[in-house]
Write a protein that binds this ligand. Structure first.
Ligand SMILES: CC(C)(COP(=O)(O)OP(=O)(O)OC[C@H]1O[C@@H](n2cnc3c(N)ncnc32)[C@H](O)[C@@H]1OP(=O)(O)O)[C@@H](O)C(=O)NCCC(=O)NCCS
Length: 188
């Protein structure tokens, strides 16, 4: 099993695979309400079979090179969230990244650190030119991550989707490869 350290607190980024289904379901059950305020990630994971099916769908995306899924484990060995390439198109040079955490794990920079790892890989190893971040305009925590990472707000798609009986505006944020390299050089 390979793991990438996310820093001194012992958190690690690892591939999240179908064999993690039980652990993933337990994590989603702990975070279901918090995670589900703006996104449907937890909705498609209601029991062991659906958890396995979701993880399998990303194993298939990875095999097709059209998406990937990574879990974030804290030092005590608990799966607390993850980051993903929801879409990945190497030929077009574009991808969309996403993230989630159970509430107990927010406020520590876990997702910001994990997203940096996967965007570095997308840009430097896979030649991705444009990385997108798509979030409901009301999802303040997600928008803050995009800002913290240095992404640029492209625009808003008004009332794009319905959730919780409300239609939400969606913000599109992005970073281009040269901008990312500049940001990373600045951070060093
Ligand atoms: C979006 C979401 C992942 C953001 O979680 P988060 O913990 O705020 O994000 P990070 O892990 O990057 O942590 C950033 C926070 O940790 C703090 N932090 C501590 N150490 C840090 C570090 N080394 N690096 C960066 N931030 C750090 C930051 O100041 C920030 O806190 P603040 O918002 O109070 O200023 C979380 O709210 C979530 O899972 N929401 C539900 C699912 C969801 O909506 N996903 C997004 C879909 S678009």
């Amino acid at each position: 099993m390979f793991a990438i350290s996310l820093g001194d607190d012992g958190a690690e980024l690892r591939p999240l695979e179908p064999y993690h289904a039980e652990e993933y379901l337990a994590h989603i059950d702990r975070g279901r309400e918090y995670i589900g305020r703006f996104i449907g990630l937890a909705d498609v994971c209601t029991d062991l079979d659906s958890a396995r099916a979701f993880l399998r769908s990303y194993a298939e995306k990875a095999a097709d090179d059209s998406g990937r899924l990574y879990g974030i484990w804290t030092a005590d060995g608990t799966l607390v969230g993850g980051v993903l390439f929801r879409t990945f198109d190497a030929a077009a040079g574009t991808c969309e990244v996403g993230c989630w955490l159970e509430e107990a794990a927010v406020g520590r920079g876990l997702v910001t650190r994990a997203i940096r790892v996967i965007v570095d890989w997308a840009v430097e190893e896979r030649g991705i030119h444009r990385v997108e971040w798509i979030a409901a305009a009301g999802n303040a925590a997600s928008i803050k991550v995009a800002q913290r990472l240095g992404l640029v707000r492209d625009g808003v798609q008004r009332e794009k989707y319905a959730r919780g009986g409300v239609r939400h505006d969606v913000e599109i944020w992005s970073v281009l490869a040269p901008e990312w390299r500049e940001l990373r050089a600045g951070a060093r």
